[in-house]
Ligand binder design. Sequence first.
Ligand code: AMP
Ligand code: MG
Length: 319
Amino acid sequence: MKGRVIKAGAAGIREAAAAIRRGGVVAFPTETVYGLGADGLNPEACARIFEIKGRPRFDPLILHESSAARARKLFSRVPAAAERLMKRFWPGPLTLVLPRAALVPDIVTAGLGTVAVRVPAGKHALALIRAAGRPVAAPSANRFGRLSPTTAAHVRKQLGDGPDLILDGGRARIGVESTIIAFEKGRPVLLRPGGLPLEEIEETAGPVLRAAAGGKRPQAPGCLKRHYAPLARLKIIAPGEKNSGDPAAAYLAFSRRPCGKFRAVKVLSRAGDLREAAASLFGALHALERTGARLIYVEKVPPHGLGRAIMDRLKRAAA
Ligand code: AMP
Ligand code: MG
């Protein structure tokens, strides 16, 4: 039966890895969000990912490997700054975009000369990739343009029996997608803020250029203006800006409950901690979406550390 949810224990991992080797598509937990994975060297298997997500066009996929040594084989050239980043941050929520090796299929790179690769830190993801014995191509396991999933239940709800299997490994620890870094003349360029704060990357690799919007670079789906969107309309406000309730609307607060009555309220982190806030972000939005509210007020969060990734996702969801 397709779309079956199974525990990410040893037996579940074995079954999922076998499905991937056969050309199947499996949703699995990573430390960032849940991914929709297939054999990254099998073009037909990768094509099924796009079908299941309902992506209107082929966009490049991130390849996931189980070690930096294996990941390196997917690149044809690795600048010194990339080498330093791999050493310090892999496994972890950092994706590197570098010139591709010849073995990488075109559907993975959408015909680009570069490939995006990451070594995830989640133990279930690592075990799955190791057992599959090949790079696993995986975008987030959501319908195109919708909220990213941080639990197996989110995946099941959006993708139904599209995937052959859904591995349940509990809630994704980080809760936002990886930070994506490309290189230009050996210097790092930020393509998407994410689970690894920019400040930490700059400590290791020096100043990071910001990708120019609408430049010659490929439009990454994660870089589309409207993305990660719930069904409700989102309105971004400053904390405390809304000083009366709205019983028809939902409210997503950063650290303190708002005054007044709302249809539903979620607080991202009572301690005002940005890591905790990132981890609860998509789950809270899923929950508020489920209340049927047509409008969700969302509070701005401080724009540093993981706050950058949170604000990036909120702005796209609100666009
Ligand atoms: P997702 O897997 O849905 O989180 O999205 C993966 C992100 O990586 C997308 O925004 C892709 O477009 C981006 N990406 C993958 N490969 C490349 C590449 N070669 N160059 C630029 N961006 C890429
Ligand atoms: Mg995505």
